[in-house]
Design a protein around this ligand. Structure first.
Ligand code: HEM
Length: 147
């Protein structure tokens, strides 16, 4: 991910901050309308989750330039998501819906360049989360082979 792209995503996060919960609200409404099968993975009261998601999205994007701490954070987040029952295919479903919600909120500022920058950030975050999700299984296999 290019440093310029990190700057674009951070500028977007700054712009969205006052409305982040509204954006998260829109995001979950779209997600559950389009993929109702995902709803049972989340607790009944989504209000707390909205805030956690909005806070984490900002923190994790801010962590990208400090790569070591970013990787640690994203791997742990991914391992927790595996424990929540989140499957690999859902990462693409979430991406499409999240970008609609962010695009809606940013309006004319959601340009091709902005979308590409968010795309790189989302890929980086979620690929690292998936490494974190896979790690416990890999370790189990290695231990199982007596290593
Ligand atoms: C940028 C990517 C994502 C971020 C920053 C993020 C952030 C979070 C945070 C902060 C939590 C609170 C619990 C915790 O920290 O472990 C959470 C929970 C959860 N997330 Fe994500 N998430 C992301 C992607 C996804 C995706 C792709 C799915 C797929 C459906 C998903 C589904 C869930 C579920 C089911 C929970 C548990 C909710 C509950 O207990 O009510 N997340 N997420």
């Amino acid at each position: 991910m290019m440093p310029e792209q990190v700057a674009i995503v951070l500028a977007g996060v700054d712009r969205l901050r006052p409305r982040m919960e509204e954006v998260a609200d829109d995001f979950y409404a779209r997600l559950f309308a389009r993929h109702p099968e995902l709803r049972p993975l989340f607790s009944a009261d989504i209000a707390l989750q909205r805030r956690k998601f909005a806070d984490e999205l900002e923190l994790i994007v801010r962590a990208i330039p400090d790569f070591g701490s970013f990787v640690e954070r994203a791997r742990h987040l991914g391992a927790r998501h595996a424990a929540h029952g989140v499957r690999v295919a859902s990462y693409a479903q979430v991406r499409a819906v999240l970008f609609e919600a962010i695009g809606q909120a940013l309006g004319d500022d959601w340009t091709e360049e902005t979308e590409a920058a968010w795309g790189s950030a989302y890929t980086l975050i979620t690929e690292t989360m998936l490494l974190g999700a896979a790690r416990p299984a890999t370790r189990g296999t290695l231990r199982g082979r007596g290593r």
